[in-house]
Write a protein that binds this ligand. Structure first.
Ligand SMILES: CC(C)(COP(=O)(O)OP(=O)(O)OC[C@H]1O[C@@H](n2cnc3c(N)ncnc32)[C@H](O)[C@@H]1OP(=O)(O)O)[C@@H](O)C(=O)NCCC(=O)NCCS
Length: 299
């Protein structure tokens, strides 16, 4: 991508986000063009454009990030791609793939609008996670008999780790999909529970912890509204499932977030996690973007 392409790419991103928001009102199309231009400027070595007859007909930007374990991945956000036809995506990805692989990033990930997956699937990408959102209100939770909820504290670290082990799908609070090492997980949870903005809710029955959820401010994320809270690490002990515990827990965390000034909530679950999908959909969350993944060295 040349310096002269930056403004045209920013226009394409604005159009793409507006189209997504038009189809799904839980997607926010607002973004800072100046910030995007700065980001594109600094990512020009991993950004490509496709020329059409008169104007650009596509762009692809993939940031290569390294996790604490040293694994590198190329990430494409909702603003990182646009294409007028699937051939353009194919053309862009062929070039990007070679570069990402050369940089040591053999895993390629893209957040794609939920209804636009087909061109990516044709390129060999598969669904990994679903991102979903909901507007929130202050409705009071209704708890099943004999369950109660309390705020978690740093003293709940062992409880948090034990319940987190039930979420083996990469949507728990720390980046467990990147690091499975027990010591790292413990350290990440310790850091998480020490954060002032993080809320940890623990459900008990007869004094035993049986479920948890964590919430924290989502921060600035393309496609998300300001004042969005993110839920993660939701888990209920198997013998306490299907009694309405998760529903009451999410409602409790939602009402608390509403009191803290949040107006939207987001969550992500693994595409293969049918229970999570059923729960979050029942609770009114709608899919916005799907995270697709491909191993770049497969042909
Ligand atoms: C997903 C999970 C949190 C649900 O907890 P739960 O307490 O059993 O959920 P609830 O009883 O509150 O369910 C409320 C509604 O959600 C839906 N639902 C929840 N789990 C479901 C499942 N496994 N299959 C189908 N529907 C489900 C149902 O509509 C249910 O209402 P119903 O029981 O009256 O039919 C629990 O199964 C769990 O801990 N799974 C492992 C960890 C995990 O996957 N966490 C999600 C990470 S995103």
């Amino acid at each position: 991508m040349g310096r002269g392409d930056v403004a045209a790419v920013a226009n394409r991103v604005a159009r793409a986000l507006a189209r997504d928001a038009n189809r799904e009102p839980l997607i926010c199309s607002r973004f800072s063009r100046a910030a995007l231009r700065d980001a594109l400027e600094s990512a020009r070595d991993v950004a490509w454009v496709a020329d059409g007859a008169q104007d650009l007909c596509g762009h692809l930007v993939g940031t290569v990030l390294e996790d604490r374990g040293g694994a590198k991945r190329a990430w494409v956000g909702p603003d990182g791609v646009s294409f007028d036809d699937p051939q353009t995506l194919d053309q862009l990805y062929r070039v990007a793939r070679v570069r990402w692989n050369a940089m040591g990033a053999h895993e390629h990930l893209a957040w794609v609008f939920r209804d636009d997956l087909a061109p990516w699937v044709s390129l060999g990408f598969s669904r990994v996670h679903v991102r979903a959102a909901r507007a929130i209100d202050a409705s009071a939770p209704s708890w099943p008999r004999s369950y109660c909820v309390r705020p978690g504290t740093l003293g709940d670290l062992e409880v948090a780790l034990a319940l987190d082990a039930l979420v083996e799908d990469g949507t728990s609070a720390p980046s467990t999909h990147e690091m499975n090492d027990e010591g790292c997980r413990r350290e990440e949870w310790r850091e998480l529970l020490s954060e002032p903005d993080v809320r940890h809710f623990v459900v008990e029955r007869a004094g035993d912890p049986v479920a948890q959820i964590v919430s924290y401010p989502l921060g600035s994320l393309r496609g998300s509204f300001a004042r969005t809270v993110h839920f993660s690490a939701l888990a209920v002990e198997p013998s306490h499932r299907r009694r309405g515990v998760a529903r009451a827990l999410v409602e409790t965390a939602t009402a608390s977030a509403h009191r803290d000034g949040f107006r939207y909530a987001e969550v992500a679950w693994r595409s293969a996690n049918d229970g999570a999908q059923a729960l979050w959909t029942t609770l009114g969350f709608r899919a916005t973007y799907v995270r697709l993944q491909r191993h770049g060295d497969s042909s």
